[in-house]
Unconditional design. Structure first.
Lengths: 642, 181, 244
């Protein structure tokens, strides 16, 4: 962590930037314009914001137009082109954290430090705001301070942090105990139980391969002359096929198909295949990838190396969400150890042509980058806007090269399959959903954390395991997933029933499912990339409608409008974010309709805003408070709420 | 439409310029046809001050002050159907271009800091309606049944829309008559 | 090439590599659109050109034509959805046609006329957006920008200048210019730039030209956009490839 003890004036900052901070960053990223996001992120980390001087310096150093740099900097929530204080505190604002009492903690810290939420303090010391879920729902409420996670917030922790900020203690000198993130592994299965030593899975694949097949797909010209099926790379894909492995990111595409499509994609001159691990675990309520990366990093990285072997890829990326910045150094240490052990780099394990290495890129606060084509745009140093498809990444991905993008858990599964074989893997789970699934369990349960179950486990079983009582509903797969009510708890987590990317948020009888849906709708509006009209405007309109209901101004008219917005988002949006932005609303309307109906307080249309309040500025300016200076409510229905 | 019972129609201009009413008069000789079909309640054309029970209310202008809202609500309560007539009624129009200024700053500038003002006071007579924080089109405050855009809509467009409405159809202006300016 | 698909029951032939909107335009069928321009690589953001391909909603500017596709476009359902998208664009910005120099020549307005949009329907956002009048010859009114990014593409791909770019995200996405000051006068934009010719709305305007043509004689006073757009398409140059 770069400390910022000195209170450097903006004029000095330019100098400091040019002479100290920027050169090593640029060197580390080889002056590559494709690393623009990484460079901006490191500048942000070193200097607390992206100053105009920094942008000017990058314009020269990278040969990029300033408009492009500003365009990228403006897209990511963790990059600031305006100073936001030397301490930037962001409280996680997921519904789970809200239920854990985050609101009063935010208030407390704002009061402690005399700052208004969303604003930068006048002395430029700090700002306090909210952000989307940061993957700590099992140990919330949690916050990020300058991108470092502080979980398990209590009033005393908030007071402690306030004091550290007030005394301007550099983050590097804060007590380590604040930053301890637990894995909270509650139930282990084939994945979390595995004791794979680095290289085991790779060696196992190589050992099963005929001697003459000991060539990586990289040695293409040589390989093309061989009878297919004899060699290791294709037999590995064959094992994945036997295993029936499907992508763990939620969509459930067959991994073997994806890998073969990428392997078989035509390579243009100077192009090569690329392996990307999607560790942009942004779905609210999900944190199992964080746990995998902290407890089983070798399994994941080995899976990526196996993919490289199968595809003939030389280059790999882990796209790690910015919220998991604290995992960067540990992961880099694992990468270094693997390089030292000959498991990354040239001729891995002595196999000719098996040359592969992995680079870690960090996100910077953009949920949409979990969408694979947006992720690739982001890897290329651009705004994270989902691409038009086709063409798909398997043929035209990173820098227009054939690219496989898979979830963290998928790579871990691939490594296990390489080690134990496809049949072993397929013996678990259901016919269409083989293997196990990691669930990130949070909310109203006794034991939040990561649970591994064979696919096909019923919701009821999971609830029993985690000690949930009086459960009203479970949000499976996060806001873009499915909301399940008690009547359906016998349903299963499987691609053929309820697919899940891993989130399992539990709400007991105390919770208001309308408020849950409203929180998710706010999330989507906050995270919309703004590219397409229906999602950019529609998510905001939907948010406004839900707020209107929450504010007691709803009528059946607004209910109709919500349904109309649902339709437009689902049918017209550019990508999955827009398509699923209405899911929480549709699901809760279907299952908890009374939660909506009780908010339709008016028979006839009411304005979304408070008419009487809209006279307040004029009252203030004129000093009037007579009857004519107020509105009486047209409808006598009672206004409740908040 | 049979001539047995005439439709009762009220019109008013809120935060508008009366241009739409002028354009209404531009339907010229159709006025004779219209008067066979409708009778006017409150309207600048009749000088009736209070709106009675009507089949149709036609409203020009958006909402920029408390009085506009009161009248609009009265119209909504008294008229079976409401028509928003013209750009200001439909999207706030010219008055809504004040919406990106703070009302307090506007009042400050107009009554306190503009050059040439001596002892400027913001009028505070209870007889005067207070301005709303923002200007709103009609549909943001009450349900509006039909919209006739234009600044103003041409007499021809108004006549077409009215004949559609009187015939029980949704107004359909089509190319040449549908205009936002 | 004799392959074809059907558009609202009509047979439309297409050449390999053509998108649905291109083939339709060649066959004289107009599909509403704003961010699509025949001279540029399709973008697919406004979604106005959405059609139903074999029952599925797809943007026709980015969907390749394929033999045997059944495409619906001019249906009540799709036109209703498109009207909703237009209404979204109208309430998202500040579109006051009576005081806009582009009125009568504006594609947003003309498309809304064509689709019979009588009201913006939703509550207005009335965003607080600036006007940049710094340049001696060019006015930028961000209130009217619909984020189609045609100027971005024209400046980058044709003018090779990157005068324009999008910044921000979500509902706060905004057009920016390539200058530290943020002002157009400090960019290398020129009146002759392609970027000056492609704005569908009144966001990028040439100064001193406003209201030159009397009402009733402007582009879309004379003919509806469905006619004019097709004439423009047939005069268009081949698409410019996107540069990385």
């Amino acid at each position: 962590m770069n400390s910022k003890e000195t209170n450097c004036a903006p004029c000095l900052e330019g100098d400091k930037l040019l002479h100290e901070v920027l050169p090593p960053i640029l060197l580390r990223w080889r002056h590559a314009p494709t690393a623009l996001l990484q460079i901006l992120r490191e500048i942000q980390e070193a200097l607390d914001w992206i100053s105009p001087e920094a942008i000017a310096a990058l314009e020269l150093a990278l040969g990029l137009p300033r408009s492009k740099i500003e365009g990228v900097a403006g897209f990511y929530r963790f990059l600031y082109t305006q100073p936001r204080g030397r301490y930037r505190v962001l409280f996680a604002d997921n519904i789970i954290e809200q239920h854990q009492g985050s609101a009063s903690l935010i208030e407390r810290m704002c009061r402690n430090l005399w700052v208004e939420k969303g604003k930068t303090s006048e002395d430029g010391l700090l700002s306090i705001d909210t952000t989307s879920c940061i993957g700590m729902s099992d140990q919330g409420p949690a916050l990020l301070v300058n991108n470092r996670v502080v979980p398990n917030l209590t009033e005393s922790r908030v007071d402690q942090i306030s004091e550290l900020i007030r005394r301007e203690i550099p983050l590097s000198a804060w007590p380590d105990s604040l930053f301890v993130v637990a894995d909270n592994i509650r139930q282990r299965g084939i994945l979390l139980d595995s004791e794979l030593a680095p290289g085991d899975a790779l060696r196992s694949v190589l050992a099963r391969t005929e001697r003459e097949g000991l060539e990586a797909s990289n040695a293409r010209s040589w390989r093309e002359g061989l009878p297919s099926g004899l060699i290791g790379p294709t037999s590995l894909i064959e094992e994945l096929h036997r295993a029936g492995l499907r992508g763990r990111g939620g969509a459930g595409f067959l991994t073997a198909l994806k890998w073969s499509a990428c392997r078989n994609a035509a390579l243009g001159a100077g192009k090569e295949r690329v392996v990307v691990c999607n560790a942009d675990e942004g779905e609210p309520g999900t944190f199992k990838d964080r746990v995998l990366l902290s407890s089983k990093p070798d399994l994941v990285l080995e899976g990526m190396t196996l993919a490289a072997y199968a595809l003939g890829a030389r280059r790999g990326f882990v796209y790690l969400r910015g919220e998991y910045r604290y995992l960067l150094e540990p992961l880099q240490a694992v990468l270094a150890a693997r390089r030292a052990a000959g498991l990354l780099g040239q001729s891995i394990l002595g196999v000719h042509g098996l040359d592969f290495d992995i680079e870690i890129h960090l996100g910077a606060g953009a949920y949409v980058c979990g969408e694979e084509s947006a992720l690739i745009e982001s890897l290329e140093g651009k705004r994270g806007t989902p691409r038009n498809r086709p063409p798909f990444p398997v043929t035209n991905g990173y820098l227009d090269q054939p690219t496989v993008v898979d979830n963290v858990e998928t790579f871990a599964c691939a490594a296990l399959i390489a080690l134990h074989g496809g049949d072993w893997f397929a013996a678990q789970g259901t016919e269409k959903s083989t293997g196990s699934k990691l669930l990130s369990v949070s909310g109203d349960v006794a034991q939040p954390g990561v649970y591994e179950f064979p696919f096909g486990v019923s919701i009821a079983e999971v609830l029993r395991a985690c000690g949930a009582r009086n459960t009203q509903a479970v949000q499976v797969g996060g806001p873009s997933g499915t909301c399940v009510s008690a009547a359906e708890f016998d349903r299963c987590i499987a691609f053929e029933d309820i697919p899940s990317a891993g989130a399992f948020m539990v709400f007991d009888q105390r919770r208001d499912l309308f408020e849950v849906a409203r929180n998710f709708v706010h999330f989507f509006a906050h995270e919309s990339c703004g590219f397409c009209t229906p999602c950019r405007v529609g998510t905001s309109l939907l948010r406004n409608l839900m707020d209107k209901l929450a504010n007691g101004r709803g009528s059946p008219y607004d209910f109709g409008e919500i349904e109309k917005m649902n339709h437009i988002l689902q049918q017209m949006s550019h990508c999955g974010l827009g398509h699923s932005a209405c899911n929480p609303v549709l699901d809760t309307i279907a299952r908890f309709r009374p939660a909506y109906e009780q908010r339709l307080l008016h028979a006839a249309f009411e304005p979304a805003f408070d008419l009487d309040y809209s006279l307040a500025p004029a009252r203030q300016m004129t000093g009037r408070d007579d009857a004519g200076a107020h509105f009486v409510q047209a409808d006598t229905a009672e206004i409740s709420n908040e | 439409m049979t001539a047995t019972k005439k439709l009762r129609v009220a019109t008013t201009s809120l935060a508008g310029c009366f241009g739409c009413h002028m354009s209404f008069l531009d339907i010229d000789e159709h006025l004779f046809e219209l008067i066979e079909l409708v009778e006017f309640d409150r309207s600048p054309l009749t000088d009736i001050k209070e709106v009675g029970d009507c089949d149709l209310g036609i409203i020009e202008g958006g909402l920029c002050n408390a009085e506009n809202v009161h009248i609009l609500r009265e119209f909504r309560a008294r008229c079976t159907k409401l028509v928003a007539l013209g750009a200001c009624a439909v999207n706030g129009g010219l008055p809504a271009q004040r919406n990106h200024f703070k009302l307090t700053e506007i009042l400050e500038e107009v009554y306190h800091t503009s050059p040439g003002l001596a002892n400027g006071l913001i009028p505070n007579d209870p007889e005067l309606p207070l301005p709303l924080n923002k200007v709103h089109p009609l549909h943001e405050v009450v349900k509006i049944d039909w919209f006739i855009p234009g600044c103003p809509p041409s007499g021809e467009a108004i006549w077409k829309a009215l004949t559609d409405i009187l015939a029980g159809r949704d107004p359909d202006l089509g190319f040449g008559m549908l205009h936002y300016d | 090439m004799s392959e074809s698909f059907t558009l609202d029951g009509k047979t439309i032939p297409f050449a390999a590599g053509q998108t649905i909107i291109q083939a339709a335009a060649d066959a004289g069928a107009w599909i509403p659109h704003l961010c699509y321009h025949p001279e540029f690589k399709p973008h697919g953001s406004c979604k106005l050109c959405t059609v139903k391909v074999n029952g599925r909603h797809m943007a026709s500017c980015t969907t390749q034509a394929q033999a045997g596709q059944e495409v619906e476009s001019n249906t009540d359902e799709l036109n209703e959805e498109r009207r909703t998208l237009l209404q979204m664009l109208f309430v998202e910005g500040n579109h006051f046609c009576p005081s806009c120099e582009k009125s009568g020549d504006c594609k947003l307005q003309a498309t809304a006329y064509e689709l019979g949009m009588m009201t913006p329907h939703f509550d207005h956002f009335y965003p607080n957006r600036p006007v940049d009048a710094s340049h001696p010859d060019i006015l930028l009114d961000f209130n009217r920008c619909i984020l189609c990014s045609l100027c971005v593409r024209a400046s980058r791909d044709v003018d090779e200048k990157c005068v324009f770019a999008l910044s921000g995200r979500g509902i706060d996405t905004r057009l920016i210019v390539n200058a530290a000051s943020g002002r157009l006068e400090d960019t290398d934009v020129a009146l002759t730039d392609k970027a000056m010719q492609v704005c569908p709305v009144g966001a990028i305007l040439r100064k001193g030209k406003g209201f030159a043509v009397p009402i009733r004689q402007r582009t879309y006073d004379r003919s509806p956009i469905s006619d004019i757009a097709l004439k423009e398409t047939s005069l268009a140059l081949p698409a410019v490839e996107n540069k990385p």
